[in-house]
Ligand binder design. Structure first.
Ligand SMILES: O=C(O)CCC(=O)C(=O)O
Length: 293
């Protein structure tokens, strides 16, 4: 597997950064998110996993070791744990960090905002065939095709634990027809075998950004027992249209507890809560979608 090109050297050269995104369909950056905050969030999520009995008894929390059968996103047992993650103010705040906003300003050349729906992934080992299959985010996100997706490891994710891989240049093929498949999202696309899959030895603080039409997938977790934690979120320029489903929390289609009224009740006064309601003239439209994120 080939590695991403790191683009930190272009951070002070926005036009070169935009060109690389346009050419390759992704940007990979080290040291963008504050490591202490990422690690604190990781610990909180692992505590929820431990309380649910998902981690190996007697193991070190930080090692994220499991001996459980894989628990799938959306499963009954997964829901209360995920609701606790979604109720964390710090989880929703991380994506709003100035370092991310600055890069997005440089990409969009106008004021930007993070789409409210923010996703955490708790990926079990020994479950590769039910991991996220190759897809384009536009299928799920809709709205402007210029929306940028971001994926961040919550902790170090060495190559053998997987992480997100990207098919370099795949955004140039336009929208690809999805086919149903196992794993989060429930869809996949046929991929161009002449293009290269790229991946990283992810470190805490890294940020991967990619275009809405860039094909990406979860890379296999080759360990027998390490749970992989990550988060993903999206940004748009304020003149871009987003679909109204992205104003709601992830899994809001299940109803409570996945509603803002339940999730942000303890931090309603924080600037993190409902920040999108303070954006003048936010453009939204309904989502005629093929599948759910
Ligand atoms: O982490 C994953 O398994 C999937 C993430 C993803 O597809 C995304 O960030 O768009």
């Amino acid at each position: 597997m080939k590695h991403f090109t790191e683009s930190n050297d272009l951070l002070e050269n926005p036009s070169a950064l935009r060109k690389r995104l346009r050419d390759d369909g992704y940007l990979f950056l080290r040291d963008i998110l504050p490591k202490d905050k990422v690690l604190h969030l990781r610990r909180r999520i692992l505590e929820f996993c431990q309380e649910a009995g998902w981690l190996k008894e007697g193991s070190n929390l930080e090692d994220a070791l499991t001996d459980r059968e894989p628990i799938l996103e959306g499963a009954e047992e997964w829901r209360p744990v995920y609701a606790k993650v979604q109720a964390l103010e710090e989880f929703h705040r991380l994506k709003l960090h100035d370092n991310v906003r600055k890069i997005m300003d440089d990409i969009f050349l106008e004021p930007v905002f993070a789409l409210p729906m923010t996703i955490a992934r708790i990926a079990f080992p020994r479950d590769n065939e039910r991991g996220t299959q190759p897809h384009q985010d536009w299928l799920y996100v809709g709205g402007s095709t210029e929306i940028i997706s971001c994926w961040a490891p919550l902790g170090d994710i060495p190559v053998q634990v997987g992480g997100l891989k990207v098919l370099k240049g795949s955004h140039k093929a336009g929208f690809l027809m999805p086919k149903s498949a196992p794993g989060p999202g429930g869809n996949t696309v046929d991929t161009d075998s002449s293009l290269e899959w790229l991946q990283a030895d992810y470190r805490t603080g890294d940020l991967l950004m990619f275009k809405s039409l860039t094909v990406h997938a979860a890379a296999d977790n080759h360990t027998p027992d390490v749970v992989r934690l990550s988060m993903d979120f999206r940004y748009a320029g304020e003149s871009h249209t987003i679909t109204d489903s992205w104003l709601h929390p992830h899994f809001s289609w299940l109803g409570d507890p996945f509603s803002w009224d339940v999730l942000d009740k303890d931090w309603r006064d924080s600037p993190t809560a409902r920040y999108w309601e303070r954006i003048p003239n936010l453009k939204t439209k309904p989502h005629e979608r093929f599948g759910r994120r």
